[in-house]
Design a protein around this ligand. Structure first.
Ligand code: NDP
Length: 293
């Protein structure tokens, strides 16, 4: 078993990004700039946005966090997005999900200029991804692809089973793995809560992507010997044993599954760190106008 070390890989890629950000600053007289809008006080969301801002600073980007109370109207939020769409000093614009119930996430996603949509959730970017055209790829699947690439895992011909079909992880992951590319060229099965005989489906997998949101959901009896395992899950539990007051668990029962796997990501220290890298790479590409001019 080999650990897919998100800390090691993310630090290496962030060094490259920092070098490119420096060159961008020299050429343009300003830094790449990411703006994140956060609505309300969800504990997880506040932590993720703070981490995104911190990572921007680490690699030499400007970052702005616009924080609204959860009673902001959808109209006011869309007006702010429109203003930021027009602002030439803003390269990347993200709205942290989930949003309060009175705000429609689809309408917010579509309000963002697809050329600044560094989360890769806009239908234009999703459509272009499906057709293997240059686009912003959603940060978590992008980070996973970078991880598979770094460890030179040849995925061609693998049976890949993705568990979870969300718009931000499972669904785009299934598209990327099926594309004619490396990593890619997998035979993909996309599973969800209505899948029959999930255990049998997962047992056939050479590559498992677990994106469910349930602690230790994938257990050793569901895993084929030698499978590659990517654990996307972040399940927070209150703990008196950690400084932060909570402990993170993946969707994979690491202790029982690790010895059966060929490669496996830990939680924490795996996909979460790569997600940040995906976002930073998209923001740099947006600033450099590499995808859309
Ligand atoms: P969602 O809740 O949006 O989607 C969960 C998916 O899991 C759904 O498709 C659901 O099926 C499926 N599912 C739920 N229960 C079962 C079951 N019993 N059997 C099979 N499938 C099931 O979650 P996300 O995709 O947003 O996130 C998944 C996990 O990844 C969470 O823990 C989240 O915190 C984490 N995450 C981690 C990131 C990182 O950077 N590491 C980034 C984003 C998310 P159905 O569609 O039928 O309801």
């Amino acid at each position: 078993m080999q650990l897919l070390d998100g800390k090691l890989v993310s630090e290496k890629i962030k060094q490259d990004i920092a070098r490119e950000a420096e060159a961008f600053l020299r050429a343009n007289g300003r830094k790449p700039h990411l703006v994140a809008i956060l609505v309300g006080h969800d504990g997880g969301s506040e932590t993720y946005v703070a981490s995104k801002m911190r990572n921007c600073q680490q690699v030499g980007f400007d970052s702005t966090n616009i924080h609204y109370e959860d009673d902001i109207t959808q109209e006011a939020l869309i007006n702010k997005i429109k203003e930021l769409n027009q602002d030439e000093t803003v390269d990347g614009l993200i709205v942290q999900l989930p949003l309060p119930k009175h705000i429609n996430p689809e309408e917010i996603t579509e309000a963002i200029d697809y050329r600044k949509d560094v989360d890769g959730f806009h239908p234009v970017n999703l459509g272009r991804m499906q057709r293997n055209l240059p686009c912003f790829i959603p940060a978590t699947p992008y980070g996973i692809m970078l991880m598979l690439d770094y460890y030179k895992i040849n995925t061609a011909g693998m049976n890949a089973v993705v568990v979870g079909r969300s718009n931000i992880v499972g669904s785009p992951m299934s598209i990327l793995l099926a594309r004619n590319a490396q990593p890619g060229n997998c035979t993909v099965t996309l599973t969800h809560s209505k899948t029959k005989n999930l255990k049998e489906e997962v047992l056939r997998a050479d590559l498992i992507i677990a994106a469910i949101g349930r602690k230790n959901f994938i257990t050793a009896d569901m895993v084929k010997e030698g499978a590659v395992i990517i654990d996307v899950g972040i399940n927070r539990e209150i703990s008196t044993l950690t400084k932060s007051g909570y402990k993170l668990f993946g969707d994979v029962d690491f202790d029982s599954v690790a010895s059966k796997s060929s490669f496996i990501t830990p939680v924490p220290g795996g996909v979460g760190l790569m997600t940040i890298v995906g976002l930073l790479k998209n923001t740099l590409a947006a600033a450099k106008k590499e995808i859309y001019s």
